[in-house]
Design a protein around this ligand. Sequence first.
Ligand code: PLP
Length: 379
Amino acid sequence: MIKLSKSCLSESEKENVLKVLDKEYLGMGIEVQNFENALSDFFQSTAVCVVNGTCAIQLALNACGITIGDEVIVPSLTYVASFQAISSTGAKPVPCDINETDCNIDIEMLESLINSRTKAIMPVHYSGDPCNLTAIYIIAEKYNLRVIEDAAHAFGSFYDGKKIGSFGDIVCFSFDGIKNITSGEGGCVVTNDKKIIDFIKDARLLGVEKDTENRFIGKRTWIFDVIKQGWRYHMSDIMAAIGIAQLARFPALSSKRKILAKKYDQLLVDNKFITIFKRNYNNIVPHIYVVLLPENANREYIQNILLKQNIQSGIHYFPNHLLSLYKKNIVKTPLITEKLFPRLLTLPLHPDLSEVDVEKIVSELLNIFNINTSWKVPH
Ligand SMILES: *Cc1c(COP(=O)(O)O)cnc(C)c1O
């Protein structure tokens, strides 16, 4: 079976985990500190680790004081994690449309959605391709808004010659099992804003003040004060041990993702059935490889045929403004998101695939269109 995505692990992750197990201390300690230091080096900014990407986003919002009555503008075409993180704070996720060309947030509509309740913009770097951050930061400055980048797909990507996370306001990453690097589950918040970092360091440990510092030197805080709501969101040393090994392997992991995406592009460019998104994989580390099917394509049929050939495929994502919880939030309709959604198809992409696998996937996909017309939606 050719998997859509998977964790790609080597001996070094296993060795690192065994070393932690041998220490018989599995909680948050020196490994988390080492991982945070390595990430801070990588981003040339400060990284603080948490138990997943969703709570990284939630804590970033909390740290900005975003709460009930506030609005956060977010593209509808994203993982439901972005929306749930916003609504968990009591704020309202306001769905914004995307560009047809790259599936990233539509800047014009974004600005039109801003009102007195708007507190933040949450761009999502879809597939790893950065949004128009120049325009987003100009708008944020103009209306005095925070920017919380959902960079779950974009670990290692560059925008305008700069690494995502190395600049900007607050940038959140995910290290779940299939992301560009993994720590099992896990995530981090990256920012130069010391107030945000200090808030999150306490908030991830139930609001216990300065407990992070003590745990990093093998101590606990017994007598403490709590002045704000916190959560049990810290990362464990086992997770950090996996993350450290993955970060060391990132040059190889990322270049493999780029090579495979370029291979897909090369095989599919100018195809009469499949439309590719034009992305520059010299600057992007792709998390997913998404194509557009013909307008009248029966996606379910196509996915089933691929599966019969032992090829998994995916759909990223069901538009969030059509979910029961969020459909009342829609401001403008219909969106390009809805027009594009039925045509989106995600093809397998992970570092353990080979270029020969990509050739097989593309040839099986194109076969479906060449053999007969049952790939069309029946009239
Ligand atoms: C993976 C992902 C997240 C959340 O990350 P978890 O670590 O799974 O909680 C958020 N946003 C997007 C777009 C993602 O793909």
